[in-house]
Structure formats: structure tokens, C-alpha cells
Design a protein around this ligand. Structure first.
Ligand code: G3P
Ligand code: CA
Length: 291
């Protein structure tokens, strides 16, 4: 089912089902190595190519697209003036060195901050992108997983940004840990795939992991979602039984944040739809090398 879904999606987007020499990316992007075999699973750049560039910046996304990553992921918050700005954290302390709370600041105020230098001086001057700016970087056929970091109040502006972007629904899946944000996104944007994000905790006494696949599937079904996007690097929860349960429910399954090629190979073999990683181009090479 995974291969089928991915092939259908690629057809809809006018892109090949694998990253190959025929990849329809901008002419400025380098051609993929002829020796590299394609990864059979969709590899998603977590906050862009965030291993090599400052997370959630235009530099990070443009690096990802130049490396032919098929998809990126980003996080959004609402500003004081009602715009969506891209940041993982609700404030700027970690990436700008100065704490400005996004919901209490305007886009103009946030745009004064340098969110590139913390990664490397060569990225000095990188700014927090607005969602509009981030979406404008997508090359033909590229996809952006849009993570709503707040509640359903983000959805009206999200819908406006998506409309302005002119991108196809398949290019812009929506993800959130907040089930109500997922529910509102699916209701407002029914053609967009929406996946419920989840991570897992192990009970010290019973050793059992929670939530279970069935619990997550029930929530996702209730909100009329397209599937799950779950933590699969630190926990062993995603296994053959988990994948089987999600597939039996007719749902899609994405995973995060996997930088270990051995775990990525395991997940690809299990048949997940996608793997989110901080090193998308590098991981695709690792996956391709084994095929
Ligand atoms: O892709 C999902 C993943 O990004 C969720 O975790 O904390 O990195 O936003 P986080
Ligand atoms: Ca995220």
C-alpha cells in the first residue's frame, strides 16, 4: 500500500516515484549522482537540512531543495499581528540568543533577530521566515510537512497562506501533536493530508509503551485524519504489528526523527510511508546504498 500511495502521490505531483536523474527540480540544483540508488521511502528534511544549516530558515530549506530532498518539514506559530512565522520554539532564545515570545511580538519585531549565527557565522543574518516565504521556496513537485505548534486558532491563517502559495494539496501535508488543530485543519482543508503526531512513553513498572497504535488510530479516525506521524528513533514502538494496525485502518504512517541509517533501513523495510530526518540527503544515500 505504501508504494502504491507514494506512486499515486508522485503521479499527482508530476514527479517520479523515486528520486532519480529525471527529478524535475530547478535547473540550479545539481543532478543526483548516477551511482546513488534511490530510496524507496519518502525522506523528509526535518526543519530543512538542519544538520548542515540553521533549522527552520530559508537557508535550510534551500539547501534541502538543492540536494533534491523530496520533502521538508517546518513548524509554525502565530505572531501578535496574526501572521504565521516559522519556528520550532514558542520563543527565540535558543536560535537568536535573545528571548522574544512569538505570540507577543509582531513579524517586524521578529524579523530583526539573527537566527543563523548560532549554527555557524556563515549563516549570520538569517531571519525567521514567514510561512509565505517558506512556501515560496518549494520547487516543482516538492512537499512541505507543515507542523502546527499551537491550537486550532492557527488554521484560518494557515488556510490563507496555503491559498496564497498556489501549491497543490498533496504538496502540503499538515501535522500536529494537537488533535484539535488536526481536526480543524482537516475540516478547513479537506484535500490536504493531515497526520496526527505522537511520541511514546514507557511505564517503568509494566514496561508497556503508551499510547498504543489502536488508541492513536481511534483518535485520528475520529478527527477524520489521513494517518499518523510518530516518534520512531528513541522508542521501539513502530514495529511490524504497529505498521499492520495502521495499514488495516487504511491510514498513512510517517516517522521522526531518524538520523541512524540502521533504524531508517528497518523502518523502510517495515513499509512506512516516510522518514523524517535532520540529514535527508545523506540518509537517502545511506538507504540507496543498501538497495
Ligand atoms: O516531524 C515531526 C517532528 O518535527 C515533531 O517533533 O519537536 O521536532 O517538532 P519536533
Ligand atoms: Ca516539527
Amino acid at each position: 500500500m505504501r508504494s502504491h500511495l507514494f506512486a499515486v502521490m508522485c503521479l499527482a505531483l508530476g514527479m517520479p516515484a523515486v528520486t532519480s536523474a529525471a527529478d524535475p527540480r530547478p535547473e540550479a540544483a545539481p543532478a543526483p549522482s548516477a551511482a546513488a540508488k534511490p530510496a524507496a521511502v519518502e525522506v523528509v528534511g526535518h526543519r530543512g537540512e538542519s544538520h548542515d544549516a540553521p533549522e527552520n530558515t530559508l537557508a535550510s530549506y534551500n539547501l534541502a531543495w538543492s540536494r533534491h530532498d523530496p520533502a521538508c518539514e517546518l513548524d509554525v506559530h502565530l505572531t501578535k499581528d496574526g501572521k504565521l512565522i516559522v519556528s520550532h520554539d514558542p520563543d527565540t532564545k535558543r536560535t537568536a540568543g535573545t528571548k522574544v515570545v512569538i505570540k507577543d511580538a509582531t513579524v517586524d519585531e521578529l524579523k530583526k533577530l539573527d537566527v543563523g549565527s548560532w549554527k555557524d557565522p556563515k549563516f549570520a543574518g538569517e531571519r525567521l521566515p514567514t510561512l509565505d516565504e517558506a512556501l515560496a521556496t518549494i520547487p516543482p513537485g516538492g512537499r512541505f510537512f507543515l507542523e502546527v505548534k499551537i491550537g486550532p486558532e492557527a488554521v484560518p491563517e494557515l488556510a490563507k497562506c496555503i491559498e496564497r502559495s498556489g501549491r497543490k494539496p498533496e504538496q502540503l501535508p499538515i501535522i500536529s501533536f494537537n488533535l484539535e488543530s488536526c481536526r480543524a485543519a482537516k475540516a478547513a482543508l479537506p484535500k490536504h493530508p493531515v497526520y496526527f503526531l505522537a511520541s511514546f512513553k514507557q511505564d517503568k513498572a509494566t514496561k508497556k509503551w503508551a499510547p498504543t497504535a489502536d488508541e492513536l488510530i481511534a483518535k485520528a479516525k475520529d478527527a477524520k485524519l489521513d494517518g499518523l506521524d510518530v516518534e520512531a528513533a528513541k522508542s521501539p514502538v513502530v514495529d511490524a504489528a504497529f505498521v499492520k494496525a495502521v495499514r488495516a485502518a487504511g491510514m498513512g504512517l510517517y516517522t521522526w526523527t531518524i538520523d541512524d541509517p540502521a533504524r531508517a533501513k528497518e523502518l523502510a523495510a517495515l513499509g512506512v510511508d516516510g522518514i523524517t530526518t535532520n540529514r535527508a540527503a545523506w540518509l537517502r544515500e545511506q538507504l540507496g546504498a543498501e538497495k
